[in-house]
Design a protein around this ligand. Sequence first.
Ligand code: NAD
Ligand code: LMR
Length: 329
Amino acid sequence: MTTTITITGAGGQIGYALLFRIAAGDMLGADEKVRLRLLEIPAGLGAAEGAALELQDGAFSLLEHVEVTDDPAVAFDGADHALLVGARPRGPGMERGDLLAANGGIFGPQGAAIAANAASGVRITVVGNPANTNALIAAASAEGVPTERFAALTRLDENRARAQLAQTLGVPVGIVQRVPIWGNHSATQFPDVSHATVGGEPAADALARIVGDVPSWVDGTFIPRVAKRGAEIIAVRGSSSVASAANAAIEHVRDWVHGTQDWTSAAVVSRGEYGVPEGLVSSFPVEAVDGEWRIVEGLEIGDDARRRIDASVAELIEERDAVRGLGLV
Ligand code: NAD
Ligand code: LMR
């Protein structure tokens, strides 16, 4: 069996970091053959075509076919997975509303093209920013595609949170679990350590031995570091995260398809869980079961967590209202 994967913005930085790992089997497994469809705008076609030549030169045994196009109908034809990476970055003098409108012009038509052309079981992962609201726009335009097939990437935020905890505690990151991200993929996100475990022990106990006052470390150091990590990367390397974002997207899709061992994070369409208004694309703790994201329910939410979730959800509501005002959802 061969899986068809469409990558938008495939000529860009994240595209370049994604393609070769997908072709090598990192996303779907060492037995799954893949067909890649690379969608670009005309200005990006050369870069995508160059990547396609290099894919050929990689002689990947799992890679059956690569196609480069600027036509969304061709790109999404028969797609089992769509990774929506290409987005319009904020330019000089652009207001938030301008950015949302520009991205609406991308994600609306792409949602419609997915509905018209993709495989019936298509799963869509939105990476391009503002990822949650771009996913909302695409889902609203994809008539007939169940909204639970759309997710926006917050796995990178979770990986950042787990890595910060591991570094602080001096433990391997693999034993740090249950650090969900709530809300928006933005600086308002809430990385939640209250359920975290380290080698099975509550993280709060391990943290108390190292940092002493856990709540003030969480508020003053941990949350701002994780929530502003995207900006920190931009400041240090001069452009936004690439390989870590591609890695997170690969882990997200791999888990969606093959299932999770424990909680992870993804921004999915709310059905009202944890008081998040129905229809918003918000990050939650999730598990993947039988190819579906399921929100982990029944968690205790303390007052501080409630306040932080509400603040990030308020930003998502603002974004939704802005795109609603533009007739995009
Ligand atoms: P990039 O500018 O290097 O590449 C983007 C590519 O998208 C460009 O080649 C461009 O030509 C293409 N593109 C633009 N409009 C398109 C359209 N309508 N159809 C197809 N392709 C189109 O940017 P990048 O570094 O690859 O980042 C891509 C996006 O991912 C950005 O929006 C970035 O902010 C976002 N991002 C998200 C996360 C996350 O965790 N969710 C992390 C890092 C970056
Ligand atoms: C990231 O999280 O690295 C990206 O979404 C870039 C950004 O603007 O934060």
